[in-house]
Design a protein around this ligand. Structure first.
Ligand SMILES: C[C@H](O)[C@H](O)[C@H]1CNC2=NC(N)=NC(=O)C2=N1
Length: 199
């Protein structure tokens, strides 16, 4: 028997020889993909003081379940976030324009970033801090607008899927993680939206 026959056959998707970029996964947690064996507790929604939690809680749950579970809660529970992909930059920008019109109507802005044909959107309320009905409403609206603008729906990459549970496990999609970091950098550079405006 040749040596080759004695070696286990490795599935290329599971044992890729290519090095993978592993980014820290502190910001993204898919509450529905988490398994019991993982230690960190799943984040729970942190609502804005004064928010109507009785209506908001099921609405957030619905967001996390719908659109293939693409919305996730941030680790601190104060935001819902997700990545959107389109065919072209123009389609992405058109979608973002439509979202920004809704922001104007609602007097509420996202924390977001755009790279070519993708946009990462995070909804959170800065004052009073936490998840509010505006965040939940605008997140749901984004799903509808994305559909209208021809969102490209992709299966999660095989490298991020836990092969035993067939879930995303604790490792979020790398691209969306990088986009989240980009939005995070923008947040650090931004001024305080709720403070006094310079004269
Ligand atoms: C004065 C004005 O209502 C505030 O600055 C609004 C504008 N848009 C906002 N957007 C978000 N995401 N959070 C806020 O607290 C907020 N506040």
């Amino acid at each position: 028997m040749g040596l080759q026959l004695m070696l286990p056959r490795l599935r290329p998707t599971l044992y890729s020889a290519q090095p993978r970029l592993i980014l820290p996964s502190t910001r993204h947690h898919n509450t529905h993909a988490r398994t019991m064996s993982q230690q960190a507790p799943a984040p729970t929604p942190k609502f804005s003081p004064g928010a109507d939690t009785e209506t908001l809680r099921p609405a957030v749950d619905k967001l996390l379940r719908e659109s293939g579970g693409r919305w996730t809660l941030s680790k601190d529970g104060e935001a819902v976030e997700r990545n959107f992909k389109f065919k072209t930059f123009t389609k992405t920008w058109d979608f973002m324009t439509a979202v920004s019109l809704q922001c104007k109507i609602r007097n509420h802005h996202p924390e977001w970033s755009n790279v070519y044909n993708t946009t990462f959107i995070r909804w959170t309320t800065h004052n009073p801090k936490g998840l509010s009905d505006r965040d939940v409403h605008l997140a749901a609206l984004c799903d509808t607008l994305a559909r209208d603008f021809g969102e490209v729906i992709e299966d999660p990459s095989p490298s991020s899927v836990d092969q035993k549970t067939n879930t995303m496990g604790d490792r979020p999609d790398e691209a969306s993680c990088a986009m989240g970091q980009l939005a995070g950098a923008a947040v650090s550079a931004a001024g305080d939206c709720c403070g006094r405006k310079p004269q």
